[in-house]
Ligand binder design. Sequence first.
Ligand SMILES: [Zn+2]
Length: 390
Amino acid sequence: MRIQGDRVVQVGTWEQMQAEVPASETESMREIPDAVIMPGLINSHCHLELGMARGLLPRNEAFPMWVSRLRKSLEGAGPMQYREAVRLGALECLKHGTTTIIDVGNTGQSLLELAGLPIRSYPHLELIGLDPTLAEARLDAALARLAELPPAGERYHPGITCHAPYSCSPELMDKVSRATGSRSGPYTLHVAESAEETAMFREGRGALFEFCRRIHPGLRMQERESPVAFLHRNRLIPRGSLFAHCNHVDADDIRILADTETSVVHCPRSRDFFNHRGFPLELFRAAGVNLCLGTDSLASNEGLSLLDEMAEFHRENPSVSGRDILAMATVNGARALGLDGEMGRLRPGAKADFIALEMRHHPECDLYEEIVREAHDVLLVVIGGEEVVS
Ligand SMILES: [Zn+2]
């Protein structure tokens, strides 16, 4: 592969490339034996600032209880601790071959810290608020914080987003989704993650509903519908959104997601952590929904490696091809960002975001299967033509 500046300009065997454009003395060259050179991975959903909760929270707990424990585990943490968690999380991502992250956080510290780190980032300040009368003020405050950040750059794309349909009023989601600029990546939301969320929207009851009603006593569920149908009825799914989880969705929901060209981020190990069931993979695939891969946070996952996430997904879904699994962590993530062709593949014109995995390819095996079957050591990470890990 030949790189010029931050772009890939040529890909092929040494002989092919030499025949087309012979190597010149001004070019530096690097050979990496027994390695696979492939696109950098794209983590489409994480919360780096929650790294302090790593290993502290028990598995298989109801979501409201997990939230309470998470808050307790973060008590006393200040901006410096959050920033340190973000820095360590970003380094962990890089070490495991992730070159781009779509990160979500409430404190705003990840937006500050990621501005100075080499990883390509789309950090989003996440808003919550069920009281519709506060929506305008929340948005204004968030926009004021965005204005104070370092300016967006080639690698750094800060933005704002909402948390979930159960934690945000329709008014807030409407305002935030309209204020989201395309340069900061897609509008993201956590949707249909748990059975408790489904019970809240479809039946107007359950632990999550009671939890939310304690926060906002005026909360009423007007219709009996799925979270996706609720969003669609209220015109709260901008075209090209990125929804995390979507474990509990049915065929009607999936039709809405496909029609609105919404990408869905699956987080296999976080789903297992909570023991969420669902995620109708075959329905999604049949409908042509763009499926991405994410790690979620260290409060519900043991690590931030997408190589491990792919291996876990492969174990759970042995019938899905290695090529399709790898696509979830590369080209599909690029598509969700509106950067199809620019990122997630290595071809002339694409950004030079690539990694080298230490592995020997056995010609009788499928290369993609070999990549996703187990996590490999990462020998080299390059972002925009710059060696970041070597
Ligand atoms: Zn999340």
